[in-house]
Design a binder for this molecule. Structure first.
Ligand code: FAD
Length: 511
C-alpha cells in the first residue's frame, strides 16, 4: 500500500531470531503453538517449528505460505513479513509472551480473525503476530441476566450459536461473523447491522480482561451492568486496535431476540429517507436493523457466482432496503411489520417488497445483505466507512462518481473507465455508509483521485472518516480530519502510559 510504503521500520525494535523462537517454545510447548520460518543456525536443515495449528495443515508446516496467510490482510492490500506467529491458549501464555516481548523490545501485532479492512491486523514490517484463535472457550453464561463471558478468541458466529438456543442473541452481527473474533470486534469497536438496536460495544461490553505489554493482567472483567467506581478503563481498550494491550476475555450483555425482516426495492433515495422516517414512527422500539445498498452493489451480488442468491424481485431497483424488527412477542412482531408494509404501499414508497414468514425466508433475505461486502470487495477496491447525516449519506457516492467521471476515470458501472464501480451500502439507521471504489487497475491515479478528497468532503460536512472499521494503517494519517490536536495529543499520552516502549501494534492508529 502507498501509506505503508512511506513508513520506515523503527530501529529500536529487535528483529526476531532463533533465541526468541526457543523462548516462545518454552512458553508454548504444545504442538501448534509456534509457527516460524526462522531456522536453527546450528542445524539449518532441521524442521523449524512445532506448529500443527488447526488452521494450518500438516503439509503447510513451516512454509512461507502458511506464514503468508497470517501476514496478509483480508483485502490483500497489506503484506507483512513476520517470521513468527504465536498461538497462545491461555491468558497466562499471553502474559508471558508480552513480558518477554517488552523486555526484548519485540513489536507485537495482536490478531483475531484477520477480517479488518484497514490493515490493522497484519504487520507492517517484521512484527511478531500474536494470534488469539486458540483462546476460544466460553467461560460462563447467566441465563437470567443474559451476560456472556468468553475468551477473546471465540468466533462471533460460534458465540451466537451458543446463546441462540438459550433464547438470546449477541449484541452485534456482521457479515464477517464466521471468521471475526469477539476480541477483534471489541478491539475495532465493531458496529454491524444491529447497532441500531443494541448500540455501541461501549455500552454492551460489561467487562474486559486485558494483558498489558508489561505482562500484567488487568482484570476489568466485571459482569455488572452498573459500576461507577472511578475511571472506566475498559473503554480505552474498546476501539484501541491492539495498540494498548491484548484483550483476552470479554463480558457482554446479550439480548432476547425474535426477528422478522422485510426486503424492499426502492426507486429513489428520497423513498429510503421517507421509509426510515416511517419505520421510526411505526416500529421504533422493535427496529433492529435498517440496511441499505445500491444497484452497483446488487449487480456485483448477482454476478458473484453460483452461491449468490437469485434476484428477489422481477426487476432490479436503484436502491434496496432491508428492515428488521425484533420483539419478544412473535405474533405482534409479524403484525407490526406487515402493517408497516401496508403503510409503505399506501404512501407509494416502494417498488417491490417481500417479508420473511419463517426462519429460512429470514435467512434468505439477510443473505442478500451479508453477501454484498465479499461480492464487491473480492475485486480490487478502495473501501471507505463514513458516518454522514442523511442529506449527505448517499450524496458522497454521487459526488465521487461526478468527480471521477470528470477525471476520465469512471464511465458508469463496468464502463470504459479504469474505475468499474462506485458502490454504496451501509447501516442506514446509523448514518454509516460504506463507499467501495472498484478498479481494474487499483493504481496511484485512482488512489489520489479519491484520497484525501473523500475524507475532506466528509469532514467539511461534520462526518466521521471511520464509523466502525477503526483507523489501522490505512486511515491513521487522516485522524486529524475527525479529531482535534488536543485529542490526538491526549491519545498519545494514554498510549505511553500503557505501552511505554511502543511495542503494541506499531505504525497503526497514531502515526
Ligand atoms: P482482526 O482483523 O484480526 O484485528 C482487527 C484489529 O483488532 C487489529 O488492530 C488487531 O491488532 C486488533 N485485535 C484483534 N484481536 C485482538 C485482541 N484480542 N486484543 C487486542 N487487539 C486485538 N466491521 C464492522 O464494524 N461492521 C460490519 O458490518 C463489518 N462487516 C464486515 C464484512 C466483511 C465481509 C468483512 C471482511 C469485514 C467486515 N467488518 C465489519 C470489518 C471486520 O470484520 C471487523 O473490524 C471485525 O471486528 C474485526 O475482527 P477480527 O477478529 O477479524 O479482528
Amino acid at each position: 500500500s502507498w501509506a505503508a510504503a512511506l513508513l520506515k521500520r523503527n530501529p529500536q525494535f529487535k528483529s526476531l531470531d532463533w533465541t526468541d523462537v526457543q523462548a516462545f517454545r518454552t512458553i508454548l510447548p504444545s504442538p501448534g503453538g509456534v509457527l516460524t520460518s526462522i531456522r536453527d543456525p546450528t542445524n539449518p536443515d532441521a524442521t523449524t517449528s512445532s506448529s500443527s495449528s488447526a488452521s494450518v495443515s500438516a503439509d503447510q508446516l513451516d512454509s512461507q505460505e502458511a506464514l503468508q496467510a497470517y501476514n496478509t490482510d483480508w483485502l490483500k492490500l497489506y503484506r507483512g513479513q513476520a517470521p513468527v506467529v504465536l498461538f497462545p491458549e491461555t491468558t497466562a501464555h499471553v502474559a508471558a509472551i508480552l513480558r518477554y516481548c517488552q523486555e526484548h523490545r519485540l513489536a507485537v501485532v495482536p490478531q483475531g480473525g484477520n477480517t479488518c479492512v484497514t490493515g490493522a491486523s497484519v504487520p507492517v514490517f517484521d512484527e511478531l503476530i500474536l494470534n488469539l484463535a486458540k483462546l476460544n472457550r466460553v467461560r460462563q453464561f447467566d441465563p437470567v441476566g443474559g451476560v456472556l463471558v468468553s475468551d477473546a478468541g471465540c468466533i462471533l458466529q460460534n458465540l451466537e450459536a451458543y446463546v441462540e438456543p438459550r433464547g438470546f442473541t449477541m449484541p452485534l452481527d456482521l457479515a464477517a461473523k464466521g471468521s471475526c473474533q469477539i476480541g477483534g470486534n471489541v478491539a475495532t469497536n465493531a458496529g454491524g447491522v444491529h447497532f441500531l438496536k443494541y448500540g455501541s460495544l461501549h455500552g454492551s461490553v460489561l467487562g474486559l480482561e486485558v494483558v498489558l505489554p508489561s505482562g500484567e493482567v488487568m482484570d476489568l472483567l466485571s459482569t455488572l451492568r452498573k459500576d461507577s467506581t472511578g475511571y472506566d478503563l475498559k473503554q480505552l481498550f474498546i476501539g484501541a486496535e491492539g495498540t494498548l494491550g491484548v484483550i483476552t476475555g470479554v463480558a457482554l450483555q446479550t439480548a432476547p431476540f425474535l426477528p422478522v425482516a422485510v426486503l424492499l426495492g426502492l426507486n429513489s433515495y428520497k423513498q429510503a429517507l421517507d421509509t426510515y422516517a416511517l419505520a421510526q414512527k411505526h416500529i421504533y422500539q422493535n427496529l433492529s436493523a435498517f440496511e441499505f445498498w445500491d444497484r452497483e452493489c446488487f449487480n456485483y451480488l448477482l454476478e458473484s457466482g453460483a452461491n449468490a442468491p437469485s434476484e428477489p424481485f422481477a426487476s432490479t431497483y436503484p436502491y434496496y432496503i432491508l428492515v428488521e424488527s425484533s420483539s419478544s412477542d412473535e405474533d405482534q412482531n409479524q403484525e407490526s411489520l406487515s402493517k408497516f408494509l401496508d403503510i409503505l404501499l399506501q404512501n407509494k414508497l416502494m417498488g417491490d417488497g417481500t417479508i420473511s414468514f419463517d426462519q429460512s425466508q429470514f435467512n434468505r433475505l439477510w443473505a442478500y445483505r451479508e453477501s454484498i461486502p465479499s461480492a464487491v470487495l473480492r475485486h480490487p477496491s478502495l473501501a471507505y466507512d463514513l458516518t454522514l447525516d442523511y442529506p449527505h449519506f448517499y450524496q458522497v457516492v454521487e459526488v465521487l462518481r461526478d468527480r471521477l467521471r470528470q477525471m476520465g476515470l469512471y464511465d458508469g458501472y463496468k464502463g470504459r473507465g479504469n474505475v468499474q464501480a462506485i458502490a454504496g451500502l451501509g447501516h442506514f439507521g446509523d448514518g454509516n455508509i460504506h463507499v467501495c471504489v472498484v478498479a481494474k487497475d487499483l493504481n496511484k491515479e485512482v488512489f489520489e483521485a479519491v484520497e484525501p478528497f473523500i475524507y475532506e468532503w466528509a469532514a467539511e460536512r461534520g462526518g466521521s472518516i471511520s464509523a466502525e472499521h477503526g483507523l489501522g494503517i490505512l486511515k491513521a494519517p487522516y485522524l486529524h480530519y475527525t479529531r482535534s490536536e488536543v485529542v490526538i495529543r491526549t491519545m498519545r499520552q494514554i498510549k505511553t502510559v500503557f505501552d511505554p516502549h511502543g511495542i503494541m501494534n506499531p505504525y497503526k492508529v497514531l502515526t
